[in-house]
Design a binder for this molecule. Sequence first.
Ligand code: C2E
Ligand code: CA
Ligand code: CA
Ligand code: CA
Length: 275
Amino acid sequence: AKGDGRGVARLFEREMDARMQERRRLEIDLRAALENGDIEVSYQPIVDIESNKVRCFEALARWHHAERGQIPPDVFIPLAEEIGLIDKIGAHVLSRACTDAATWPETIRVAVNLSPAQFATEALVDDVEETLIRTGLTPDRLELEITETALLNQTDTTLTILARLRHFGVRIAMDDFGTGYSSLAYLRKFPFDKIKIDRSFISELEGNDESQAIVRAIIGLGSSLGIATTAEGVETSDQLAKLRAEGCQEVQGWLFSKAVPANQITLLLKAIEHW
Ligand code: C2E
Ligand code: CA
Ligand code: CA
Ligand code: CA
């Protein structure tokens, strides 16, 4: 009856209110976390498939919330994008990553994720240059990971930014390759230094012939274009064996290590050395 409908509507409204409040609270907490230095950076090794040597560490943002514990970047990065905080978080992660990487062996690079929103203006390029100069990290030791979404609303600004970064000597990687609609088209438009094969293909390597065919094709494409390929989300030695057989150059995943705080990197490097 009518009364029931109103009841449901009221319930729905209350639910929406609760969600809005929840979001608003998280937003306030995120701003505070950034101010207080509670957004930290962990590092996951990217390993050369032949030599087992660590080539790179991917910087991954971490937020430990006092009451709620760990909040995943899949939650707070999109929130930061919505509320216009991503430039600040991005700059913070970049600064930490370059500062930390400057203390590592010179053969090891650092990879930093960029949000599509960071491509709005060329300010990004100045920020990268300033950070490299300040931290003393040489440009060829910095790799910037971008997804296809960053190129989707591609403007002249996007292309100018990428060209300027590359001219400066920074390396550019295409992240989550194969998940978008036009990864191939973008490879042609812009010379990437690296392709990261999305985890979804790697996790289906065992027992899914289509995924295996796609992984093989991506590695082949990379090698004919002279672009190195990294497989993401490698969890089993069977996946590793398949990737090695296909000629993939670099691997990243829990089989080697999860992301670790900066102060554990020296230990981790020693452990990987002795595998
Ligand atoms: P991504 O760039 O694709 O990063 C790889 C994600 O896969 C990370 O999740 C990593 O912890 C996870 N991963 C690595 N190896 C394995 C594995 O073997 N198995 C499984 N199941 N997962 C694995 P994380 O750290 O939760 O980050 C999620 C996403 O959040 C990232 O995906 C990236 O898109 C975004 N993100 C993280 N940090 C930043 C940042 O500083 N800036 C921006 N713009 N985005 C970030
Ligand atoms: Ca990434
Ligand atoms: Ca990825
Ligand atoms: Ca991703």
